[in-house]
Design a protein around this ligand. Structure first.
Ligand code: ADP
Ligand code: MG
Length: 223
């Protein structure tokens, strides 16, 4: 039995645990979408007990403008941790793939909303700059306006402040992000911020800075 890419995400064979789809989205380039996708896929695979032989999380690169993430990982396969597999193309795998979760890395700009198609869950990384906040507000508005046509059942799980430094500006912008999250309907959680670190810039997956946010998000996601 084959599952077409357009079949409703709810569908799964009897007794089969349905694969969930988590998008990491933002309209802004350089908002840490690709970095966050990689860390979340890696940590979630750890939590769910994925192995080299039985990967449990698929990473899907829908950023057609750059393909940064998938190309980097194909060049450096040693960076892909056990339990994670890099998916080809931009379509979801079949429910029978054995994967419990697909993490989608999404593009910035005009294609940002369309790339959320078939997503069940969404997390939004935000970098603490004035432009980051302006983009966040626009993005949340666009999702509200277009979710019915793109992914009507998608749950917006949380905001994730990223590449945060301990400066007055960043503290102020973090407060603004919390205000935006609090006034969203329904209010959104703000995950523990990810600090700006060279280890993260280098995709050192032993860096633990994503752990607190990943744990909290994993609970919200109920995968
Ligand atoms: N927490 C962080 N600390 C340091 N550098 C970071 C952090 N998060 C992201 N970066 C860097 O910021 C840049 C943009 O991140 P990236 O994940 O590529 O964003 P996007 O996919 O949204 O365009 C990259 O060079 C990345 O390594
Ligand atoms: Mg990217």
């Amino acid at each position: 039995m084959t599952l077409t890419k357009d079949r409703p995400a709810e569908w799964a064979a009897p007794g089969m645990r349905r694969m969930k789809v988590l998008a990491v989205g933002s309209q802004k380039g350089g908002a840490a979408k690709s970095t966050t996708s990689l860390y979340l896929a890696t940590r979630f695979a750890e939590y769910m007990g994925g192995t080299q032989e039985c990967p449990i999380v698929g990473l899907l690169d829908r950023d057609g403008t750059s393909k940064n993430l998938s190309e980097m990982l194909r060049l450096h396969p040693e960076m892909v941790r056990p339990g994670v597999t890099i998916l080809d193309g931009e379509d979801l795998p079949e429910q029978s793939s054995g994967l419990r979760l697909v993490v989608i890395d999404t593009p910035p700009g005009l294609a940002a909303i369309d790339s959320l198609r078939s997503a069940d869950l969404l997390v939004v990384p935000v970098i603490p700059s004035e432009q980051g906040v302006v983009n966040l507000v626009q993005y949340l508005r666009n999702i509200k306006g277009q979710r019915v046509s793109v992914s009507p059942h998608m749950r917006l799980l949380a905001l994730l402040p990223s590449a945060v430094r301990n400066t007055r500006l960043h503290r102020e912008v973090l407060d603004a992000i919390k205000d935006i999250a609090g006034s969203y309907d329904p209010p959104l959680p703000v995950l523990p911020p990810i600090p700006q670190r060279t280890a993260i810039e280098e995709w050192n997956l032993d860096a633990r800075e994503y752990d607190a946010a990943a744990k909290e998000l994993f609970e919200y996601a109920r995968i």
